[in-house]
Design a protein around this ligand. Structure first.
Ligand SMILES: [Zn+2]
Ligand SMILES: [Zn+2]
Length: 300
């Protein structure tokens, strides 16, 4: 009898423990369900589920994010001068499952393509799973830190290459002389360092002479000829390199003494450090995309 009672107590304890574990798992699932509401990569605009096998989740001082790839994790870290924490990665062969990146075995440079860059970095749950994959597809095993180091090293070459690919695939289209800014009617092609473009959710593309007109347009797109209010990708120029960058994850200096086609502009930067340096030299304040209003731009 005593034996039975001990057994029962141990059993009850085990159940309680299981409930506790299940509770924290539910909380975690909920947290990740929140993240999955975001359907596009905040760093490059690609549809996350199309690249599910290389998705990563992480937090940094700017928030919690889910990106298409480890490339976008490193790019966001470099841009914001922050370190990605609590990183989770989707399994290459079972993308609906995400595990802590620290525990994953990455296969670097196999025949299976990755996302964004040429050297794929694919995650597996165990050494055995990675070895089985490598026997067929090649590549080298590594830790999350190894994959991160490769992705970071690639950045300077990968970024211009990605921009060329975007142009080749028609994601970014240079404005032609016939294009008119829907806000001021000027010719965006005449302002190659300041023009911007926006693709609406219905795929219609608008070219703007400047960021001032872009942000004015976004206040009320249908007022300027859009059939929808849903804004998709935004491409504009990094003030330092002149290269097209993803506008929704750029840094902007508003209120500086540097003016553009419409006078005061939100001057765009790929890197936060360069935006900060620019503001120190030219005045103004650094903002992220979602915090900018046309009124704030025109205030100076
Ligand atoms: Zn991305
Ligand atoms: Zn304009």
């Amino acid at each position: 009898m005593k034996m039975m009672r001990t057994c029962f107590l141990a059993y009850a304890g085990l159940i309680a423990l299981l409930i506790l574990v299940a509770g924290s798992a539910t909380a975690q699932t909920h947290q990740h369900a929140e993240a999955s509401k975001l359907t596009t990569c905040p760093n490059c605009g690609m549809v996350l589920k199309e690249w599910a096998h290389t998705n990563h989740e992480f937090t940094n001082p700017e928030g919690s994010f889910r990106t298409c790839s480890i490339h976008c994790v490193t790019d966001m870290s470099q841009k914001s001068v922050t370190q990605a924490k609590e990183v989770r990665v989707a399994l290459h062969l079972q993308p609906e499952k995400m595990i802590p990146a620290e525990t994953a075995v990455y296969v670097i440079g196999s025949k299976d393509p990755g996302t964004m860059t040429q050297v794929s970095k694919l995650a597996f749950e165990s050494k055995d799973a990675a070895e089985k994959f490598m026997a067929e597809k090649g590549g080298k095993p590594g830790s999350f830190a190894d994959a991160l180091a490769v992705a970071t090293q690639e950045l300077p070459k990968a970024k211009p290459m990605i921009q060329t690919n975007r142009k080749n695939k028609g994601k970014i289209v240079d404005p032609v002389d016939q294009d008119r800014c829907p806000v001021c009617n000027m010719v965006p092609a005449r302002y190659p360092n300041f023009n911007a473009q926006l693709i609406m959710a219905d795929k219609k593309r608008f070219h703007f002479c400047s960021t001032q007109c872009l942000f004015e347009f976004m206040q009320e797109p249908p007022k300027h000829g859009a059939s929808t209010g849903d804004v998709g990708d935004v491409w504009l120029h990094d003030h330092v390199s002149g290269r097209y960058i993803f506008g929704k994850n750029a840094y902007y200096v508003v209120g500086s003494k540097v003016h553009g086609p419409m006078g005061p502009e939100a001057i765009a930067f790929d890197l936060k450090s360069e935006a900060t340096d620019f503001a120190k030299a030219n005045g103004g304040q650094v903002f992220k995309f979602g915090k900018i209003t046309p009124a704030a731009i025109k205030a100076k």
